[in-house]
Design a protein around this ligand. Structure first.
Ligand SMILES: *Cc1c(COP(=O)(O)O)cnc(C)c1O
Length: 508
C-alpha cells in the first residue's frame, strides 16, 4: 500500500492521488478551526504563489552562497526585513534558520562559545520559556536554570538572583507560547546589561505580529532590539509571517555577537565547511517561499492580518468569559486565548490544589467565579475532545507546578471567518463536558521512567485504543499524562512516538 520504493515507478497522477488521500486524514491546515501547528492568513492565491516560489528554488543549495547567490540575496532580504520590523540598527546581522528551535539552539551556542573559558556554562530562563531552550541546553551541555514566574510572566528580580559567574545567556519570551504573555523585557535587559551577559528575546511565536499589534494600539512593553541590553532575538517566519514551514530568523545586535555562532572546518580533504546554522546542505525552497510570502503580503497586509487576528482574539475571549464552567487563564492581549476550568483549582489539580494566583492578579479571572461545588467546572481534557467533535481543534496543556490544565488556542487571521461561530459551540461543548464529568483514570500500576519498555507501551496503546491510529478520544490519555510526573510523561510519550515510528514495509 504505502510503499516508498516500488519495484517499478508509479505514474505521477497516481502518486498525487495517493498523497491527497493520505492528507485527507490530517487535521485541516486551512479554515480557521485548528488552533495550533498551523498559521493561516486566508489570503486567496498566496498558497499558489508560495508553492511556485518553493518549486523554483527547491534544488538550490544554501551550502555555498557563492554558487547560488540568489539564495544569499533572499536571505539578506529576509534578515533585513526582520531587522527593520524588530528594532534593529545598522549593526544588526542575522541568519535564516529552519525554525524556532534551531534559532534558539544557535543563540545558546553563540553565547556558550563566546566564553570558552567557562567550563560549565549556564542559561537562565523563566519557567514559561519554550521547551526548545531545554533542548538547546541538552544538546549543547549547557545547564538550564529555570526561574519561577511571577503570575504568568518572568520575574526579573528572581532571574537576576539566578545569575552566576557561569551564566552565559539570559532569555525571555515575547510572547510566551503557552499563555501568549510578554515578559518584562526592558527590566530583564537592564539586569543583563549590568552583568554584561547576553540577553536573547524569544519572539519565535509572536515576533511578526507584536509590532503590528502595537501599531494597532495594543498595550505591550518594548521587546525588541531597540531595547538596550537585548543582544539577540528570534522570529519564526513560518508562524505569523505566514510562510510555509521551515524558516526562522535569528538576529544579533552586532557581527561580533554572531561570530561564535559559525562553524568552520578545514581539517579534511574535502571542501572547507563554513556553516552559520546547523544544517549544511539547505534547500532554497522554504527561503524562496518565505521571500515570496513577505513580498506578497507587504507591511500593510500584515497590519490588516494583525487587525483580523486581534478582533478574532477578542471574540473568542468574550466567548470564554460568557461561558459558565470555563474562564480565561491568561489575559488575551496578543494572539493566544488560554482557558482553564472554572474549578480547575479544586477538581483537576494533581498535587497541592493551589491556583495560579498570578492569572487572577492579572485580572484574567472570569467575573463572578462560581464558588459552588466541584461540579461547576468542565474537565479540560473532556472539553478538548468535545470541541474537536464540533470541529474545533485546540491544544490541551497539562498542569504545571501551580498551574492547572489549560486549553491553548493560537489565533490566526483565518479565524476571523469562524470566530463568530465559536461561542455557541463552546457553550455546547462545556455543557457536554460537564454532563460527562471528569475522566475516570484507569488504575495503573505505579510506574517509573525506567519501567517504560516497548512491550509496556504497546500494551498501553492497545488498552487505550491508540494502536489503530484513532486520536479523536484523547481525554483519558491526557488525564493519565496529566497525572504522571514530568519525567514519566516524557518517557511515556517518547516510548509512544517510538512505537508509532516503525518502518512501513517490515522485513517479511
Ligand atoms: C514555536 C516556538 C518555538 C520553536 O519553534 P519551532 O519552529 O517549532 O522549532 C520557540 N519558541 C516559541 C515561543 C515558539 O512559539
Amino acid at each position: 500500500m504505502i510503499d516508498a520504493l516500488p519495484e517499478k515507478g508509479v505514474p505521477g497522477e497516481q502518486i498525487l492521488a495517493e498523497l491527497r488521500e493520505l492528507r485527507a486524514g490530517d487535521l485541516p491546515t486551512h479554515g480557521g478551526r485548528l488552533f495550533a501547528y498551523v498559521y493561516d492568513p486566508a489570503l486567496d492565491g498566496l498558497d499558489d504563489l508560495a508553492r511556485a516560489a518553493h518549486a523554483l528554488s527547491a534544488h538550490v543549495n544554501g551550502l555555498d552562497p557563492t554558487a547560488f547567490p540568489s539564495l544569499l540575496a533572499m536571505e539578506n532580504a529576509l534578515v533585513g526585513a526582520a531587522a527593520k520590523l524588530l528594532g534593529g540598527g545598522p549593526e544588526t546581522v542575522g541568519s535564516v534558520t529552519s525554525g524556532g528551535t534551531e534559532s534558539l539552539i544557535l543563540a545558546v551556542k553563540a553565547a556558550r562559545d563566546a566564553h570558552p573559558a567557562i567550563r560549565s556554562p549556564r542559561l537562565v530562563v523563566p519557567a514559561t520559556a519554550h521547551a526548545a531552550f531545554a533542548k538547546a541546553a541538552h544538546y549543547l551541555r549547557v545547564e538550564l536554570d529555570t526561574v519561577p514566574v511571577h503570575g504568568l510572566t518572568a520575574d526579573a528580580e528572581a532571574m537576576a538572583a539566578a545569575i552566576t559567574p557561569d551564566t552565559v545567556l539570559i532569555a525571555a519570551s515575547a510572547p510566551s507560547y503557552a499563555h501568549g504573555v510578554v515578559d518584562p523585557i526592558p527590566e530583564i535587559a537592564v539586569i543583563a546589561a549590568e552583568h554584561g551577559i547576553r540577553f536573547h528575546v524569544d519572539a519565535c511565536f509572536g515576533g511578526w505580529i507584536l509590532p503590528y499589534l502595537r501599531r494597532l494600539g495594543a498595550d505591550l512593553p518594548g521587546f525588541d532590539l531597540s531595547v538596550p541590553g537585548v543582544t539577540s532575538i528570534s522570529v519564526d517566519l513560518h508562524k505569523y509571517a505566514y510562510a510555509p514551514k521551515g524558516v526562522s530568523i535569528l538576529l544579533h545586535a552586532s557581527e561580533e555577537l554572531r561570530r561564535p555562532q559559525y562553524f568552520a572546518y578545514a581539517g579534511w580533504p574535502g571542501y572547507t565547511m563554513i556553516n552559520p546554522v546547523i544544517s549544511s546542505t539547505r534547500s532554497g525552497g522554504p527561503i524562496a517561499a518565505a521571500y515570496a510570502t513577505l513580498r506578497s503580503i507587504g507591511d500593510t497586509g500584515y497590519l490588516e492580518l494583525a487587525r483580523k487576528t486581534r478582533e478574532s482574539v477578542a471574540v473568542l475571549a468574550a466567548a470564554v468569559e460568557a461561558t459558565d464552567g470555563v474562564r480565561l487563564y491568561a489575559p488575551a492581549g496578543t494572539s493566544v486565548v488560554c482557558l482553564a476550568s472554572d474549578t480547575a483549582d479544586t477538581d483537576t489539580d494533581t498535587d497541592d490544589g493551589a491556583d495560579a494566583g498570578g492569572a487572577d492578579a492579572d485580572g484574567a479571572d472570569a467575573d463572578g467565579a462560581d464558588t459552588g461545588g466541584a461540579d461547576t467546572g468542565a474537565d479540560l481534557f473532556v472539553l478538548a475532545d468535545e470541541l474537536a467533535a464540533r470541529g474545533w481543534h485546540t491544544q490541551p496543556q497539562m498542569a504545571f507546578g501551580d498551574m492547572p490544565p489549560t486549553i491553548h488556542l493560537t489565533v490566526t487571521a483565518a479565524v476571523h471567518a469562524t470566530a463568530p461561530d465559536f461561542a455557541a459551540d463552546l457553550a455546547d461543548a462545556v455543557a457536554a463536558a460537564k454532563a460527562r464529568g471528569p475522566v475516570e483514570v484507569p488504575p495503573l500500576p505505579p510506574l517509573t521512567p525506567e519501567m517504560i519498555t516497548p512491550e509496556l507501551i504497546a500494551s498501553l496503546a492497545e488498552g487505550l485504543g491508540l494502536a489503530g491510529g484513532d486520536f479523536t478520544q484523547m481525554a483519558t490519555v491526557n488525564s493519565i499524562l496529566n497525572a504522571a510526573p514530568p519525567a514519566l510523561r516524557e518517557a511515556l510519550l517518547a516510548g509512544f512516538l517510538s512505537f508509532l515510528q516503525r518502518p512501513a514495509a517490515p522485513f517479511a
